[in-house]
Design a protein around this ligand. Structure first.
Ligand SMILES: Cc1cc2nc3c(=O)[nH]c(=O)nc-3n(C[C@H](O)[C@H](O)[C@H](O)COP(=O)(O)OP(=O)(O)OC[C@H]3O[C@@H](n4cnc5c(N)ncnc54)[C@H](O)[C@@H]3O)c2cc1C
Length: 396
């Protein structure tokens, strides 16, 4: 029976695993940076979605369909996350689209402080400036601290080194090659939950950057997403864009051109809009008022229509419902909110342990799964952390 566990990486996946494992084991977190939970804090800079209140199928359908992760989500779901947070003194509430936020004006740093305090109370040893640099000949992790490098001697080693974006928070892909050296196969990282570069007038983007497009819908083949997007200096980003990223990525992989269709009036049919036209009277100068559009909407439609078609209100109306947006590329990994790629699920057993190296476990975003924003990312990190802890705790 193992007595000591090393958790390598101080993100949310390892923090929750440490919390539960410390009931029965000596637990040490080895973190390369000067603090744990740096990406967790960054996540709190916008809306801090600690999980998503979606339950059962609705929760699991948000993820790439890998049975190991889906089982972990069954065992520890968003309700369990909220209960765990409540146990730590962090009350939460459900906001729009099921996103779960900390109650009141609790700041992300206070949430992290409470998690850290709980780990301290439970005797978890946190060693900062301790960097994983590879494996020794016995496949034990090598840790570099100041001038020295040493092999870990704990009974089990659980890695939660994060994905590949926002390297300033400590998550980079440096570890990828070290896992390949011990024959654990990996999948190349790619951006997820990121912006898209559009092939559209740069002048328009520069003038309109920062403008939100509210209550819109975006479509790619049979994928449709209502929500909001923001015009950026390169194209678009936002919650209506992110869920379409996997489909965009897939088409680009196949070498296909990708055109997204923007519906500026998802709550109106073309016929309803056409009914507003007064023949002979509805002219371009009235479009904004008649169809309740902004100047930016009009400019955007104008960019994508021939002049004659723009002057014809019937053609204009049809275009409002399907403005073609030609995608050049996804934004770089470094900027993405999350990444796909990393450790291949094929390498793991049902409890996130390596099949080839049974003393090595892998959790969190360093594994190849995908999910949209809205609390689902942290939930997967928490569920995988708890699942690996359960495999070592008695009773299970
Ligand atoms: C801008 C932004 C906003 C986000 N907002 C949300 C949100 O609202 N809701 C949500 O659910 N998710 C959100 N996320 C995603 C979420 O923060 C991540 O999915 C989550 O933090 C991943 O957790 P993790 O434990 O797998 O890895 P990380 O949090 O990345 O932690 C990995 C840790 O491992 C350490 N490490 C890496 N390499 C080594 C090494 N060689 N040796 C030792 N330590 C190492 C790193 O320093 C880091 O501390 C957001 C992400 C970003 C970038």
């Amino acid at each position: 029976m193992p007595k000591s566990i090393a958790l390598i990486g101080g993100g949310p996946a390892c923090m929750i695993a440490a919390y539960y494992l410390s009931d029965q084991y000596n637990v040490t977190i080895y973190e390369q940076g000067k603090a744990i939970g740096r990406k967790f804090l960054v996540a709190g800079n916008g809306g801090f979605n600690l999980t998503n209140a979606a339950k059962d199928e609705a929760l699991r359908n948000a993820y790439s369909q890998d049975s190991i992760l889906l089982d972990a989500l069954k065992e520890f779901d968003s309700g369990d996350t909220r209960n765990w947070l409540a146990e730590l003194g962090i009350d939460t509430f459900i906001g729009s689209s099921g996103r779960v936020f900390p109650e009141g004006d609790t700041k992300p740093v206070e949430v992290l402080k409470k998690i850290k305090a709980a780990l301290k109370r439970k005797g978890v040893n946190i060693l900062l400036h301790h960097r994983f640099v590879g494996f020794d000949q016995l496949n034990k992790p090598l840790i570099q601290h100041k001038e020295s490098t040493f092999s870990l001697s704990e009974d089990k080693f659980i890695f939660g080194l994060g994905g590949a974006s926002w390297s300033k928070t400590g998550s980079n892909q440096d570890w990828l090659k070290e896992f390949e050296k011990i024959n654990i196969s990996t999948v190349q990282f790619a951006s997820s939950n990121c912006g898209i570069d559009l092939n559209i007038s740069q002048e328009f983007l520069t003038t309109c950057q920062g403008t939100p497009l509210k209550n819109i819908s975006l479509s790619l083949n049979n994928h449709h997403r209502k929500g909001e997007a923001v015009i950026t200096k390169y194209g678009l980003e936002g919650n209506a864009v992110y869920p379409l990223i996997p489909a965009i990525r897939e088409r680009q992989k196949q070498g296909k051109k990708v055109v997204l269709y923007l519906d500026l009036k998802p709550n109106n049919t073309v016929n309803q809009l056409k009914a507003k036209i007064i023949p002979g009277k509805t002219r371009t100068k009235n479009y904004q008022y008649v169809f309740n559009l902004t100047k930016i909407h009009i400019d955007l439609v104008k960019l994508t229509l021939q002049k004659d078609a723009f002057l014809d209100p019937y053609s204009f109306v049809e275009q409002i419902k399907k403005v073609p947006l030609h995608i050049d590329s996804l934004r770089p990994i470094e900027e993405a909110i999350s990444t796909v790629g990393g450790i291949d699920f094929q390498e793991l057993n049902d409890f996130f342990w390596s099949k080839k190296h049974p003393k090595i476990g892998i959790i969190g975003e360093m594994i190849n799964w995908d999910a949209p924003t809205g609390g689902y990312l942290l939930q997967a990190c928490f569920s995988s952390g708890v699942q690996i802890a359960r495999s070592l705790l008695t009773p299970l």
